[in-house]
Write a protein that binds this ligand. Structure first.
Ligand code: F6R
Length: 640
């Protein structure tokens, strides 16, 4: 398996195929997006310089979206620090919403200037982004001209791509033709759902776009596609392993012989060689891989673990494992026990019990616990049952809300509270100015500081209602309001030393024996990941302290995904009554009910999703042959 994350290693060149018969596109898997983004920037820089030496223009096809942002950051750095010049560069962007004004902060024109063009020495006349303001009568000819302009400068030397969950490249949505050129297109519903947070609601997302065609892209001499995060995993599997078909337009790239996909581990997680490596190659079997394989086999054969036979193993690529383990009987029992030992009703450890086969320590019977919650509701949505138990079992539980969550409160909700306040205090000028602002606010306006404050306060009071319901004292509830989040827009700042200091402070003050945090990297707008990174950085700083030796970190997942059964290291079962208590706690977060902005592709309400997910985890355990619980919350330990 080719996984690389070292700076010095560059990836193998396109055309050298993977060692799996399943894959049809050259791809390289990296630990995260940082390293490959730098490698792509280097490849682009090399190309620019090579063309410059030949006195030729370098023609780049560029993408927008979250995937290429770090590539542009690195190119800007190279320009500023290493003198990389863009004077000979001509760019063509893949797409633009239609209709769309250039000055609109949602426009791809704005995005490209913000992330790249404003910071390098590219000549303005060499920048081409499809125009979202062409009249509909002129649109057809405009698209033909865009296509001709690319050809006139010698065609694309390099094309950078992201991939949408529909399998689109550019905005070539399902149904796009192999030979399509630049044209206008109707956006797929899923694409509009994914864009909704940036537009503060799906109703504001344009229905149409202009995009280069599949044919335009395939004519590029070199293509690199970037894919980051678990949200892209299943479409990348279809693209890399499926048959070429217009329903997944990115599969057309299988026909291009100089294409490389650079993807991170989360995005690669559905590829056969990653998900079920025993079907592809001889594996080195450690305990984690054994459990993964046994759980997979049990699900595949619809048999509980203890019923798996030698034949099941031999028929499904695991004969090597059986040779190592002896018989299916021995292996089954070993793996069954491993799973069995993850289950505990005592997430803080069971005092005075033998803990050799329990996930948590019995020692330190009353633990100090910090539950970090990225937004002011992830605590109850993702681990409400465990939270409730920890308090009930007498541990000193603290909740730390990492961000204010203000962006997710609608203007209507804020207006409601402002008007109530105004009725109580008719003379309050501040309230009046908030009301005035909200009444004339347009979709392009960023909330004033006061409006953001009000929205944050609404979320605070909802959180306090929920934590009080679980019996927590108010002084154990901490609102960190990490500054990286406070931009007033969807795009957040990178974490800074100030964020990390705040995280360090709270850990250092409480000196916890347990930390719970959201290990959910699939958050559609990235806040969970930044919150997790801020914790990891804080842990690095604090590690040398003596008290940290007693501190264990448990990761739950946010509202979007759950740990796979084989990844779970602590499974906390819930009774039907506890499920109801959790539901009740989620209900306090009233501003997050009914079609809120950040639901991703899933329009179920948070409490429904949480219950379905916890019920499903319990069912999976039961199907594997373990006890039948109403619901289970799942955690994985993070070793630092
Ligand atoms: C953007 C574009 C799209 C995106 C794709 C992935 O110019 O052409 O195809 O590359 O929607 O978007 P992100 O990178 O935001 O996941």
């Amino acid at each position: 398996m080719e996984i690389t994350n070292q700076k010095s290693i560059s990836y193998t060149k396109a055309g050298t195929f993977e060692e799996t018969r399943f894959e049809k596109i050259h791809n390289v898997i990296f630990k995260d997006s940082k390293e490959p983004s730098i490698l792509v920037a280097q490849e682009i820089a090399d190309l620019i310089r090579a063309k410059e030496k030949q006195n030729k223009p370098c023609v780049l096809g560029l993408a927008t979206g979250s995937s290429p942002i770090k590539v542009y950051e690195e190119l800007v750095r190279m320009h500023k620090e290493e003198g990389l010049s863009f004077a000979n560069v001509i760019t063509f962007n893949l797409d633009e919403y239609y209709p769309m004004e250039q000055g609109n902060i949602q426009s791809y024109y704005y995005f490209m200037h913000e992330h790249l063009f404003n910071h390098v020495d590219i000549l303005p006349e060499n920048v081409n982004v499809p125009s979202g303001t062409v009249s509909s009568e002129n649109l057809y000819q405009y698209c033909i001209d865009y296509e001709m302009k690319i050809q006139a400068v010698g065609g694309l030397d390099f094309q950078l791509l992201g991939i949408g969950r529909t399998g689109h490249i550019g905005f070539n949505e399902p149904g796009s033709h192999l030979n399509s050129g630049t044209r206008s297109i109707t956006l797929d519903h899923i694409t509009r759902v994914d864009a909704a947070p940036a537009f503060l609601g799906i109703e504001n997302v344009p229905r149409k776009a202009i995009t280069m065609g599949i044919g335009t892209v395939l004519k590029a001499k070199r293509i690199i596609l970037l894919g980051w995060g678990g949200n892209k995993a299943s479409i990348l599997k279809e693209t890399i392993e499926g048959n070429i078909n217009s329903e997944v337009p990115a599969t057309y790239l299988q026909n291009h012989n100089n294409t490389t996909f650079l993807i991170d581990e989360a995005a690669a997680s559905e590829l056969t060689r990653v998900k079920t490596p025993w079907l592809v190659t001889n594996c080195v079997w450690n305990d984690d891989l054994k459990l993964k394989a046994v759980v997979w086999l049990s699900e595949l054969t619809n048999n509980s673990i203890l019923k798996l036979t030698d034949k099941d193993y031999n028929n499904n690529g695991m004969s090597g494992l059986l040779t190592e383990e002896g018989t299916a009987y021995d292996l089954n029992i070993k793996m069954f026990n491993k799973l069995q030992h993850t289950i505990t009703g005592w997430p803080g450890g069971k005092p005075d019990a033998d803990d050799s086969n329990r996930p948590e320590r019995a020692s330190i019977p009353k633990k100090r616990v910090i539950i970090f919650s990225p937004h002011p509701d992830d605590d109850v949505i993702s681990m409400g049952g465990t939270f409730d138990r920890l308090v009930e079992q007498g541990h000193e539980v603290h909740i730390a809300y990492q961000t204010s969550g203000n962006i997710a409160v609608s203007d209507e909700e804020a207006l409601k509270f402002a008007e109530i306040t105004q009725n109580l205090c008719p003379d309050c000028e501040e309230t009046q100015s908030i009301i005035n602002f909200l009444k004339i606010k347009t979709e392009n306006d960023i909330d004033s500081v006061k409006v953001r404050q009000l929205k944050g306060l609404i979320r605070r009071s909802e959180s306090l209602a929920a934590t009080r319901y679980f019996g927590l004292k108010d002084e154990h509830v901490h609102f960190l309001d990490l500054p990286f989040y406070e931009t007033g827009t969807i795009k957040k700042n990178n974490i800074s030393i100030v964020d990390i200091d705040i995280m360090c402070d709270i850990i250092d003050t409480i000196k916890p024996h347990q930390i719970y945090a959201a290990g959910d990297l699939a958050d559609p707008h990235g806040t969970h990941k930044v919150c997790l990174d801020s914790l990891f950085e804080a842990l690095k700083v604090l590690k040398p302290n003596d008290y940290m030796k007693d501190c264990w970190v448990w990761l739950y997942r946010g509202a979007w995904h759950e740990w796979e059964s084989y990844q779970i290291e602590m499974a906390v079962p819930m009774s039907p009554d506890q499920v109801l208590r959790k539901r009740h706690a989620i209900f306090y977060h009233q501003s997050q009910k009914d079609g809120v902005m950040f639901q991703g592709g899933d329009s179920r309400e948070f409490w429904v999703r949480a219950e379905d997910r916890n019920r499903l985890t319990a069912k999976k355990y039961n199907d594997l042959g373990l006890a039948d619980y109403a619901a289970i919350e799942a955690f994985k330990r993070y070793h630092f």
